[in-house]
Design a protein around this ligand. Structure first.
Ligand SMILES: Nc1nc2c(ncn2[C@@H]2O[C@H](COP(=O)(O)OP(=O)(O)OP(=O)(O)O)[C@@H](O)[C@H]2O)c(=O)[nH]1
Ligand SMILES: [Mg+2]
Length: 264
């Protein structure tokens, strides 16, 4: 059976790389063979040691020098060049015999979500069981306008790829207890999100909250946002469950992996 491949994406600095590492470690503790892939040609995190690293074939600094491009132009050129190197990346992945593949995507979400090459990458690199984990940066998610913006962005990413998606609140250790509860309420109770949004003062030409909310309800995004802290190693059983539900209807949920252990 093909491995389950999870593409981890979200706004710059949302915690993608840290979550990839911590999730791998948790899954490894549950006895799964997990492979991590770095798809970011500009990745500079010395603590991240992916099993397969796109920088072996495409490096941002090389693209900048060769094409005489600034960092932004080079990011775009480099992410397209990743598509050209897909056969080599696939060859590197194949012998690793993974149950799960966690793919860390480029820093800026638009480089992954809005480049045609990314759709090819997802199609060519992973089998039938691929999904997206979209990270909600806690600093944005803790205010109603930020939370709604992230829901819209997550719906856009889902629309672009047509894959199952889970929303993940990252770094929730940075939130106060009250903020954590508020985000949990918004994620489970639409009326409470609507109330918080309606309480905001109107802003210039911005769409009134009621209209925006109606649009959101029509879009029907995934509303659930699963709280995690990679730093405190919390939230991974819920991520695991979301993956199982997406691909197996939750039926072959590994009983031990879904249970809280002392570490969690
Ligand atoms: N408190 C806390 N900080 C975290 C957590 N996860 C990541 N961070 C910090 O957040 C910052 C960004 O984390 P990264 O994992 O590099 O985020 P990223 O989304 O991969 O960043 P880019 O690839 O540069 O867009 C770093 O300083 C991390 O140490 C967490 O769970 N808790
Ligand atoms: Mg990163």
């Amino acid at each position: 059976m093909d491995p389950v491949t999870i593409y981890i994406t979200g706004t710059a600095g949302a915690g993608k790389t840290t979550l990839t590492t911590a999730w791998k470690s948790w899954m490894g503790d549950q006895g799964y063979a997990v492979t991590t892939v770095n798809l970011d040609p500009g990745m500079e995190d010395p603590n991240f040691e992916p099993d397969v690293d796109v920088r072996e074939w495409v490096k941002l600094e090389d693209v900048m020098a060769a094409a005489k491009l600034g960092p932004n132009g080079a990011q775009i050129a480099a992410s397209d060049m990743v598509g050209v190197n897909l056969p080599a990346i696939r060859d590197a992945l194949e012998p690793l015999r993974s149950d799960y593949i966690l793919v860390d995507t480029p820093g800026q979400v638009e480089l992954f979500a809005f480049r045609e090459a990314s759709r090819t990458i997802v199609e060519e690199l992973s089998g039938d069981r691929s999904m997206i984990a979209f990270l909600f940066d806690p600093m944005l998610a803790r205010v109603p306008s930020g939370f709604v913006s992230l829901l819209l962005l997550s719906a856009t990413v889902q629309f672009r790829f047509g894959l199952p998606i889970m929303n993940v609140l990252s770094k929730d250790d940075l939130l106060t207890e009250e903020e954590r509860e508020r985000v949990a309420r918004w994620s489970s109770d639409r009326d409470s999100l609507y109330e918080s949004l309606s309480a905001l003062p109107p802003r210039g030409d911005a769409l009134p909250s009621a209209e925006l909310f109606r649009a959101l309800e029509i879009l029907e995004p995934v509303w659930d946002v699963l709280p995690t802290s990679a730093r405190e190693e919390r939230g991974f059983p819920d991520l695991y469950r979301a993956v199982q539900i997406a691909f197996f209807g939750g039926e072959d949920l590994d009983k031990d992996a879904g249970q809280p252990s002392e570490k969690l």
